[in-house]
Design a protein around this ligand. Structure first.
Ligand code: IMP
Length: 205
């Protein structure tokens, strides 16, 4: 059986790892940006996750003949009026690191009581082919900003995202546990159903 070739338009390794492992039982081969010869990079400067994901998907699809998948994701904190939001990856500075971003959030949330530390992660996937958008999926997961970092798994803000149903931060969850409840796990579930139907794929037994 010929495997469908998909482009996953991301350079974020943490994210790519989660997406690749979730889709690994489908009969597809996934390429990432390091496998293609594109000219330039898409600048994620839009006001919403949806607009960034649309722009990213259509931009990289110009350099790829088949289906292109792009995701924009991030953290929204109620007390900070939705920040860091679309700026999640570079919240502390343009060349931010996960650690610096976490420290900035903890600093801004200093002294804020637990009940006012509500936050959510957002994951928005946009699939395109031949310059047209085929499908958009957006999912969320709600939690609270912890007072300190905890856990060693995951990436980004996982060590300070406390998920009440499991009484753990996302960084305390094993990858498969996080996928079961996370914003990305939820959107990937829908993406998988869509891909299964669209490409007529049958998961391996
Ligand atoms: P982008 O979607 O590559 O633009 O970046 C999203 C940024 O949001 C990441 O660099 C992380 O800082 C944050 N983020 C998105 N999803 C997650 C997650 O599952 N865990 C922790 N941080 C995340």
């Amino acid at each position: 059986m010929i495997k469908e070739k998909l482009l996953l338009a991301t350079t974020n390794q943490g994210k790519a790892k989660e997406i690749l492992s979730y889709l690994s039982d489908l009969c597809i081969t996934i390429f990432t940006l390091k496998d293609i010869d594109q000219t330039g990079f898409f600048t994620e400067d839009k006001k919403s996750f949806r607009e960034n994901a649309r722009g990213k998907s259509l931009f990289y699809n110009k350099f790829w003949p088949n289906l292109t998948i792009a995701e924009d994701s991030g953290l929204e904190i109620e007390h900070l009026n939705g920040a860091p939001g679309v700026l999640s990856a570079r919240f502390s500075e343009p060349q931010a690191t996960d650690e610096k971003n976490i420290q900035k959030v903890l600093e801004l949330m200093k002294g804020v009581p637990f009940e006012q530390r509500k936050a959510r992660f957002v994951s928005c996937f946009v699939l395109s082919q031949k310059g047209k958008i085929l499908k958009e999926i957006i999912e969320y997961v709600e939690g609270f900003i912890a007072f300190d970092k905890k856990g060693r798994y995951g990436f980004g803000y996982d060590p300070i995202f406390f998920y009440p149903p499991l009484r753990k931060t996302f960084a305390e969850l094993l990858p498969e546990e996080k996928n079961r409840v996370s914003h990305r796990g939820r959107s990937l579930k829908k993406l998988k159903v869509f891909l299964g139907g669209y490409l007529d794929l049958t998961p391996k037994a």
